[in-house]
Design a protein around this ligand. Structure first.
Ligand code: ATP
Ligand code: MG
Length: 381
């Protein structure tokens, strides 16, 4: 079977690697250059999206910021999963919040902003501090403001107004203000839903962000109450969207109650540990779902963790000599802070995983790989 992935980054690359044993052949569409390329080698095959759409059996996406004309073309083919609406929902916080409200899934209280008076109303309604985000752009914490005191309103509004002004009639730019949630930790739930509505949901993952970027994830035995809340949100949202593929949901854990932060209609960085913690990774299950194959198991086989490699072009050799530790590189040129690859770690027990993390912390410095020792402590708590 031939699959075209919209987007040609590391997620398309890992879908291609997971699809190969199932005889699923992935090509990738580079939205920037408009080339159809090999997702591993970057070799350019063609520059004809229409011909490629006609040739493949299935189309999917690795990210949500896809030009609407491209989405339209893909949808017309009848081969595109998870579908235009799901991609648009993930790419626009206003549509996403409406879906959460309609599905009765709790999220951070919010107010949409298109003019200055809305910002002042948001401060009165939601209180301070506020987290303010662009609805249609932004990733890794970019496109956000924190409003802590009234004297910031003028400055933040002028920056927001510049963003709103770059919108067009067909693609208006809006902003959302959210109440700052006093969470005790951030978690995510990733699952797959197939064309018949069957679902495979991975265990809740605990995520560490540093400066708005995911730095580390841990998947270990999780409290049942949290798992059930995550699964319930997943089932409601995936069913409501008649979703096909892998869907990720990020949550704030507020003293044992989950509140959605955002959703991603795709495989997700916080699910990379599934490559070695589960029988079927998120990449394999996404490929299975969109290709009409039965889903594989999402059960946790052994406690696992993932460390992002940000801005580094290599890792110390001691990492790879540690048993059950594997690196995954994305084949990208080095830039400060760029997601270059990740390291997956597994162990038979939480204690053994904690010990492994402690030995990795000796060669992976805290300033480049934050949170490793904290994760070891969490695994013991
Ligand atoms: P991603 O790369 O995950 O798509 P993003 O840029 O879309 O990130 P968010 O996930 O919305 O942005 O926010 C980034 C981080 O900022 C969150 O992981 C969380 O730590 C913090 N944050 C966002 N919204 C809130 C909120 N309402 N209250 C408290 N913290 C928040
Ligand atoms: Mg996020």
């Amino acid at each position: 079977m031939k699959i075209l992935v919209l987007g040609s980054g590391q997620l398309a690359r890992m879908m291609s690697l997971a699809g190969a044993p199932l005889d699923l052949n992935v090509t990738a569409y580079d939205v920037g250059t408009k080339n159809i390329i090999h997702p591993l080698t970057g070799e350019i095959y063609a520059q004809d999206l229409q011909a490629s759409i006609a040739e493949v059996d299935v189309i999917t996406a690795e990210f949500e910021h896809i030009p609407h004309d491209v989405l339209e073309l893909c949808c017309q083919s009848g081969k595109f999963y998870p579908g235009k609406q799901a991609i648009k929902t993930g790419g626009d916080r206003a549509i996403e919040k409406a879906l959460l409200d309609e599905s009765n899934v709790p999220c951070a209280p919010y107010k949409l902003i298109t003019e200055k008076s809305h910002l002042i109303e948001a401060v009165a309604l939601l209180g301070k501090p506020l987290v303010i985000k662009t609805c249609q752009a932004g990733y890794d914490g970019k496109g956000q403001w924190r409003l802590k005191s009234d004297d910031q309103i003028e400055q933040i509004w002028s920056e927001m107004a510049d963003f709103i002004a770059t919108g067009t009639d067909s693609l208006p730019h809006t902003i959302i203000a959210e109440k700052m949630i006093p969470f005790c930790r951030e978690v995510s739930v990733i699952g797959a839903r197939d064309k018949q509505g069957n679902m495979a949901i991975y265990p809740v993952t605990e995520n560490e962000h540093t400066n708005g970027v995911l730095t580390l994830s841990i998947a270990s035995e999780i409290c049942e109450k949290i798992q059930l809340q995550g699964e319930s949100a997943f089932k409601k949202l995936a069913t409501k969207m008649d979703y096909v593929g892998v869907l990720a949901i990020e949550f704030f854990d507020v003293d044992g109650t989950l509140m959605v932060n955002e959703i991603a209609p795709r495989v997700h960085n916080s699910g990379h540990w599934t490559q070695q913690g589960c029988a079927s990774s998120q990449f394999e299950n996404h490929m299975r779902a969109v290709c009409g194959l039965p889903l594989g198991s999402a059960e946790l086989l052994r406690p696992s963790a993932m460390i992002n490699v940000l801005g580094q072009s290599s890792i110390p050799t001691q990492v790879l000599t540690t048993p059950d530790v594997l690196s995954h590189w994305y084949g990208k040129s080095q830039k400060p802070g760029r997601k270059m690859g990740h390291i997956n770690i597994s162990a038979p027990t939480n204690e053994a995983l904690a010990q492994k993390l402690e030995s990795l912390a000796k060669v992976l410095p805290e300033e480049d790989y934050p949170g490793i020792l904290k994760a070891a402590t969490l695994l013991r708590s």
